[in-house]
Design a protein around this ligand. Structure first.
Ligand code: UDP
Length: 260
């Protein structure tokens, strides 16, 4: 399988269909698997957080969630296909219904996780929702909340979707997957619950097709400015450096992003 390494993070060049085929095999396997959905911000964060970088590279699949990674790969003379995290969740729900695998929704707000689950259940009526909750306030993703682990284990899901924001969700999965034996697939899904629940509208299709979803978010949520600047200024600079020097040497990150 072809992996494309960008700024030290290995990304899989897979189409959504190919990812789903792999997931189908994962769900039939006795082993546990973990999928992450990096975008340029993940890679910026990973430059300063070796643990996070290691966890991204440990994932069974890392899909390119965002046009930024596709364009960066192209600039570096490689090829990546884009798999938007939210599309992956949607297709995964359909597959879970077909394969009779229950899903537990962890993260975002209690109501957001439950609303996202309800929307998917509306579209895939046979889908089994094992549970939906925010998980409480998770500050340290390596801390084990035994009650939370107990609740998930009681519900015994085959699939666990974790929406705790970039970094936190991957670390939480890495630290806790082996404590959740029923879970055969865990996926870090970022803001997917917000989009699927309808709480945060996605950009219109023509903007998405033009690779301008970030511009839409910027206009809707001005507090994302620093993060978007990271994605459209810091990230391209890092990629340019990688192209010229073949090694990363990050310029300072613009402050105001998430802190985990
Ligand atoms: N989130 C959460 N706990 C946290 C941080 C984030 O539940 O400590 C949720 C947030 O409500 C959202 C999702 O994680 O539903 C993704 O967060 P964000 O929009 O910040 O996206 P990301 O950081 O992954 O780009």
């Amino acid at each position: 399988m072809e992996k494309v390494e960008i700024l030290g993070v290995k990304i899989d060049n897979l189409s959504l269909q190919e990812v789903l085929e792999k997931i189908s095999r994962f769900l039939d396997s006795a082993d546990q698997h973990f999928i992450c959905t990096p975008n340029p911000e993940f890679l910026i964060k990973a430059q300063k957080d070796e643990k996070f970088k290691g966890i991204l590279n440990y994932a069974d699949i890392a899909v390119a969630d965002g046009i930024g990674l596709v364009k960066a790969a192209k600039f570096l003379g490689r090829y990546l296909q884009r798999v938007a995290g939210v599309d992956l969740v949607w297709s995964l729900a359909e597959l879970a219904e077909q394969k009779n695998c229950s899903i537990y929704f962890l993260g975002a707000g209690d109501l957001v996780a439950a609303a996202a689950a309800a929307v998917l259940k509306r579209d895939f009526s046979g889908l089994k929702i094992a549970g939906a909750e925010s998980g409480g306030e998770i500050i340290d993703p390596f801390f084990t909340d035994e009650d939370l682990i107990g609740r998930i284990n009681d519900a015994a899901p085959r699939i666990l979707l974790v929406a705790l924001g970039q970094g936190k969700q991957e670390k939480w999965i890495f630290a806790h997957l082996d404590k959740l034996p029923s879970v055969k697939l865990a996926v870090g899904v970022g803001g997917s619950f917000d989009y699927i629940s309808g709480l945060t509208p996605r950009a219109p299709k023509f903007l998405r097709r033009a690779g301008l979803e970030w511009l839409y978010r910027l206009i809707r949520e001005p507090k994302r400015w620093p993060r978007i600047l990271n994605a459209i200024i810091v990230f391209p600079l890092l990629i340019l450096k990688e192209k010229i020097f073949g090694k990363k040497n990050p310029p300072p990150e613009i402050s105001g992003g998430t802190t985990d």
